[in-house]
Design a binder for this molecule. Sequence first.
Ligand code: ADP
Ligand code: 5GP
Length: 292
Amino acid sequence: MAHPPQLTPEQRAAALAQATLSRRTRADVKKGVRQGTLTIADVLELAKSDPAIAKMRVLELLESVPGVGRIRALAIVERLGISVPRKIQGLGIHQRASLLQEFTSQPLGRGRLIVLSGPGGVGKSTVANALRKSSDFWVSISATTRQPRANEVDGVDYYFLTQEEFDRRIADDEFLEWASFAGARYGTPAKPVEDALARGRNVLLEIEIEGARQVRSHSAEALLVFLEPPSWEDLVSRLEGRGSDSPERRAHRLELAQTELAAAKEFDVIVINDQVDKVVQALLSLARSSST
Ligand code: ADP
Ligand code: 5GP
């Protein structure tokens, strides 16, 4: 047996760093497939120029396709004559062609993903609650580590999680996006969003700005809507009128709101929340006019 090459500590460190980078690339690709931003055809194309992707197992790739999972992925590779350990770089011409054929039929009538963001207190959750009553939208339920307010119900307003459970979900890549805001963490569970879009439902995410940026960076299909108050005075009075935050938390939120308002220009559309009904109508017409 040939002796393994003797590596210097520097070479060993470089090899380890490269392996970590390759694993991260593959995890990103799987995430993209899971979220519907990358198709199988895209991944096979990317693998031509990226050795880390070329080394991904076909089975692993197929398992990331929404609605496939391990059992169906095993059945597909068996039917297409692809061995379980086969990597993308080892696929023959006919195997590539049959894989592409298997996955080119895109789901028809995919729903529209709309992200509603804006400064705290502008009225995002009021608008989201109004939209929950409409059959035109499915409104995502976020997870958070903050304490429930009076009247908030677990599984209806939020999934209230412990820090440990939130950490686990991050580690298992279960969030479409997540961010820290005013001392707590908030995240959008990815799977229900993907399932609703695949079923043709329009999906609304009501999230703060950092989360909206994350959705933009890995989802080309999302339409980003920024909700603005009619004036700064309206924002202050809405935050103060809500009365559910402590004075310290309210002061912190006002400070944050100034930075948040400056992010409006990063969004696709700005809607002014002077009347909740008008905002709801604007979102409904955006979903209709931009649906494919
Ligand atoms: P956010 O979710 O953006 O933090 P909320 O939905 O909690 O904001 O709204 C903050 C406060 O503003 C609430 O008391 C809500 O009733 C009030 N509000 C929301 N929209 C309007 C509006 N168009 N006009 C007047 N008050 C509003
Ligand atoms: P609140 O504590 O007032 O319910 O929400 C605080 C902020 O967190 C709001 O701006 C709200 O839009 C945002 N938020 C709620 N859910 C999510 C989420 O899943 N992800 C992100 N990034 N922000 C969220």
